[in-house]
Design a protein around this ligand. Structure first.
Ligand SMILES: [Zn+2]
Length: 354
């Protein structure tokens, strides 16, 4: 990761001290962290691709475990910050090398990771559990172009990027499936809901986590559609890159604090900016010019803070409005994550650092 992304200023420190220090529990478990090294990229990243995915921004380059430790110690100076790790699930990446790296980190940090599978994965590696994997992080970007038949990778079926083997294996062992849903309509898309419901019914032991709360960056994305998911068993959402407190509030109200799991989407959330809603559409706003965002003019007094802090602000604001108690806040930031992990791993003390 580039050094400039690892720095925090007086204003950020004030945000932490004044807004978060009291509110956050001592221990934080982040359920959404990408980690990789630049040598895992098989070929250069094009401009077109950077536009599509901020994780490919040239100011990130890579995100090693050293970067993770540095940045979380800086941004959360009095907390113990744990994480669920997985690779960069993009075409450019050598998935084998990246999954191996995640395994190495998890062993070293006594934590756990998710395996990024090929869309047609047929064999689960025999050392899957030994390598501290407790589930999968499939991604639509990995669908080969011949399956897309000219349409964008956003418009694929969930079953185009998750193989039957992955579903069966996850069901058998009750693993986590961290799902980034496709299609423009998000949780309002009929096919998405049909497919999510199918997974839920046919593979009932899978712990299904909708990344970015089903890509609900705007209130309109979820307002009428949350009813489509509330009754599904074993379903959770992560808060990665959700910066809108009305979205978080609705999730906490309808799903309850036990099914909302804090996730940050580091390293993207280490950029300075905020996800905003303009006319029911999501835009990234950043303090510097990016191929994937709307820039704002930076003056000395109006520099932005980090996306990750904006997520915590949104959670805090919603939690305050709903008068959540300390235990409920701790559930979102820590307990829900570790309970899920314990269910899968049997909570062997020697395998974990918390
Ligand atoms: Zn992510």
């Amino acid at each position: 990761m580039e050094k400039k992304l690892l720095s925090s200023n007086k204003k950020d420190i004030a945000v932490y001290r004044e807004e978060f220090e009291e509110f956050l529990p001592e221990r934080i478990f982040d359920f959404h962290i990408h980690t990789w090294k630049k040598e895992f990229l098989k070929y250069p990243v094009t401009f077109k691709r950077i536009k599509q995915n901020p994780l490919l921004d040239k100011d990130i380059v890579d995100f090693s475990v050293v970067d993770f430790d540095l940045i979380t110690q800086r941004l959360f100076p009095v907390n113990k910050y744990y994480g669920l790790f997985f690779g960069l699930p993009l075409k450019e990446v050598d998935l084998k090398k990246n999954n191996d790296y995640v395994a190495e980190i998890c062993r070293k940090k006594r934590s756990y990771g998710l395996y990024v599978p090929d869309p047609d994965l047929k064999e689960i590696p025999i050392d899957f559990f030994k390598n501290k994997f407790i589930g999968f992080k499939p991604y639509l970007d990995l669908v080969p172009s011949d399956i897309l038949e000219g349409s964008s990778s956003l418009e694929v079926s969930i079953f185009n990027f998750i193989s039957k083997k992955v579903l069966e294996y996850s069901d058998k062992y009750g693993l986590i499936l961290l799902l980034h849903i496709p299609r423009k309509g998000r949780l309002g898309d009929k096919k998405n809901i049909e497919e999510i419901t199918t997974i839920n019914q046919e593979y009932p032991n899978i712990k299904l986590i909708l990344a970015h709360a089903g890509r609900s960056y705007c209130y309109k994305d979820i307002d009428d559609h949350i009813k489509n998911i509330v009754d599904l068993k074993n379903l959770y959402i992560d808060t990665a890159m959700i910066n809108d407190s009305s979205v978080i509030r609705l999730l906490l109200e309808k799903l309850g604090p036990q099914r909302v799991i804090y996730g940050s989407d580091l390293p993207v959330s280490a950029f300075r900016g905020k996800n905003i809603d303009l006319d029911n559409k999501h835009y990234f706003v950043t303090d510097t010019k990016k191929l994937w965002s709307l820039p704002i003019k930076k003056t000395e007094s109006s520099g932005l803070t980090f996306f990750i802090y904006e997520t915590i602000r949104a959670i805090k604001s919603a939690a305050t409005e709903l008068a959540l108690n300390k235990k409920e806040v701790e559930s979102v930031f820590f307990l829900n994550a570790v309970k899920l992990i314990d269910k899968i791993t049997g909570s062997r003390q020697e395998d974990r650092s918390w």
